[in-house]
Design a protein around this ligand. Sequence first.
Ligand code: ADP
Ligand code: MG
Length: 385
Amino acid sequence: MILPPLTLGMLGGGQLGRFFVAAAHEMGYPVWILDPDPNSPAGLIADRHLVAAYDDYAALDELAQSCAAISTEFENVPAGTLDYLDKFTAVRPSAKAVSVCQNRIAEKNFLRENDLPHADFAAVHCEQDLREGSTGLFPGILKVARFGYDGKGQAVVAGSDEALAAFQHFKGETCVLEEKLMLDAELSVVLARDEGGRIASFPTVENSHRKGILDVSLVPARTSDALRRRAADLAGKIAERLGYIGTLAVEFFVVGGELVINEMAPRPHNSGHYTLDGCISSQFEQQVRALCGLPLGDARAHSAAAMVNLLGDLWYESAPAGSRYREPDWSKLFAFPGLKLHLYGKHHARPGRKMGHFTVLDTDPDRAREKAMAARAAIGISDVP
Ligand code: ADP
Ligand code: MG
């Protein structure tokens, strides 16, 4: 076991890294962050921030020498970086598990090979692949295989002409084309798996998106018990097959009452932010525990919860003369006694950028949702999609 006051390392300095630092600090561990952005939210509160690229080997050496164990909050860290660090110190999750989750083709092949339910797809390396491999996949969604997030690098395509145009728009980057499904709902499961293979799943979450970005998460998901359990079972199976150690998130579609696996994230997840306030252990505490070889914490929820994302759009007040940049009036949110506000300390708000979130706790998800919607209206988020 890696115990305090040994130092932990984190690749990536976004809000997920920042919550990891906070959890580790509470538990007595100093944390070093590696992130090229000098203003990264986690770097600002870390014990040391190495401002360097993910393939800067001098910085990686320094990190490996100082940290008893290293994890990642950013799935696009080069697998070579994780492999290199692994020679000197404990790295969890493994480079292999991260590399499956960071490439949509590897991810979909993994699901197919393991007989796990997924949308029909074809890998698209060139225009020829689109002409030959796209039969039966329209209407479809063309997604770049790497570096897509929050709906970026995706295009809904009605047929092969549109798919070709989208592929050219993505500059011929490797893509997957998948069938566009009719979604009844979207769910996610965040779990932690330790080195002994024990799994602790957080309650299944119901998610709604706006413009491809997570908007609201509700817990417990308003589906049957059986479907919630089945989602947790499938997520557990994925973690096992990946030999995963750490916090893992799995996104699901519900289609005709059945689950389809959308994608995995080898890290804590936005839809698991409710665990900070609504569960006995948070997804970040579990990440620390799994990384350090500690027994996993209790993942039970003590409340129902509704989580609302706060995007940079909120900083722009629309006025007849154009939009004005100003700080939102946070007193409007602090007025709600059961509401927990989390701001990530990002220096500049851009539309679509995740700046913070809040969680409302209650005894049932509908009541939590109602209050969260009232709070959302109070801070000025309109309900028009
Ligand atoms: P990201 O990495 O941006 O989260 P996703 O693949 O999860 O990418 O897609 C973002 C959102 O787009 C999903 O949450 C879902 O709402 C919608 N979406 C993605 N794939 C499909 C699909 N095959 N059919 C229907 N909707 C989809
Ligand atoms: Mg997604």
